[in-house]
Design a protein around this ligand. Structure first.
Ligand SMILES: Nc1ncnc2c1ncn2[C@@H]1O[C@H](COP(=O)(O)OP(=O)(O)OP(=O)(O)O)[C@@H](O)[C@H]1O
Ligand SMILES: [Mg+2]
Length: 261
């Protein structure tokens, strides 16, 4: 049985300031960068000015912070303040443009040094873990955990979840958001190992309370929710995320796929 880890006291994400742009991560479609900060930490920064904009960062926060509270490993998140001049010596114009478009607050993901990309041919994950990850991805509708692009890292012998920017895609078109929309698990990298999805579905919803969802959604900086079309203010957008995920976690199971063998 899974219980909540005690001690998540914080109500906002910690804030750090970028001090050095180290290198771009060119394998990431959104051109994230490795960046050092004033707390001496090293982070993978997902930039607000990248292609799909701030909603991607909202999805990253809500999903990773929810995953963490379901005992799935995911790197710590912080908000990082960026002065684009720290990248002034980067010769690539695309990076210059991205930094210029991202002045101010961005998302920092704790860098896991020496982590390897998960390869289903090299690692056999525990069926319970595989099933919980698949259930979670179905809940948040994360289409970016395929065998082509697993977005899982292996670090210190454990599987870590990264890159939730493509999840919660209903938020790109709120009027059509449907908490019952079915998740297609056919491409999911852990589907071959996920033999205990029913057990995951029996355990995890009890952890996903309204309070828990509110705590997670409250971690999103208000300025990334302000001005969302169709909503009066950031508080209304937060409520919509809570309502959607609560309805999905506790309503009918039309969204949960049979896992293909
Ligand atoms: N916290 C981390 N620690 C170490 N390496 C990381 C971390 N986060 C990301 N990476 C590496 O950087 C790559 C790109 O990161 P990420 O998947 O988050 O970016 P993206 O632009 O959203 O990618 P995608 O092309 O999948 O949309 C990852 O595949 C991984 O190799
Ligand atoms: Mg990725």
């Amino acid at each position: 049985m899974f219980r909540l880890r005690p001690g998540y006291p914080w109500r906002v994400l910690e804030e750090v300031t970028a001090t050095r742009y180290v290198t771009p991560l060119r394998e990431g479609g959104s051109l994230p960068g490795v960046v050092e900060a004033d707390d001496l930490g090293t982070y993978v920064v997902k930039f607000r000015g990248a292609g799909q904009g701030r909603r991607v960062l909202v999805a990253e926060i809500i999903c990773a912070e929810l995953a963490r509270r379901l005992e799935l490993r995911t790197p710590d998140l912080k908000v990082i303040d960026l002065d684009p001049r720290i990248g002034a010596r980067e010769p690539d114009q695309e990076i210059q443009d991205l930094l210029q478009a991202s002045e101010g607050r961005n998302l920092a993901v704790d860098f896991l040094p020496g982590a390897l990309g998960f390869d289903p041919l090299a690692w056999t994950p525990d069926p319970g873990l595989a099933s919980r990850v698949l259930w979670f991805d179905a809940l948040v509708h994360n289409v970016d955990r395929s065998w082509r692009n697993p977005n899982l890292l292996v670090w210190h012998g454990n599987i870590w979840l990264i890159d939730h920017g493509a999840a919660l895609w209903f938020h790109h078109n709120w009027p059509t958001a449907d908490p019952q929309r079915r998740f297609d698990a056919r491409d999911h990298v852990l589907a071959p190992f996920a033999t205990r999805v029913k057990e995951a579905d029996a355990e995890l919803p009890a952890l996903i309370t309204e309070d828990l969802l509110r705590t997670v959604v409250d971690l999103v900086p208000g300025e990334w929710l302000d001005g969302e079309p169709g909503f009066a203010d950031a508080a209304a957008v937060r409520q919509a995320y809570v309502d959607h995920l609560l309805a999905r976690a506790h309503g009918p199971r039309a969204w949960l796929p049979e896992v293909p063998r």
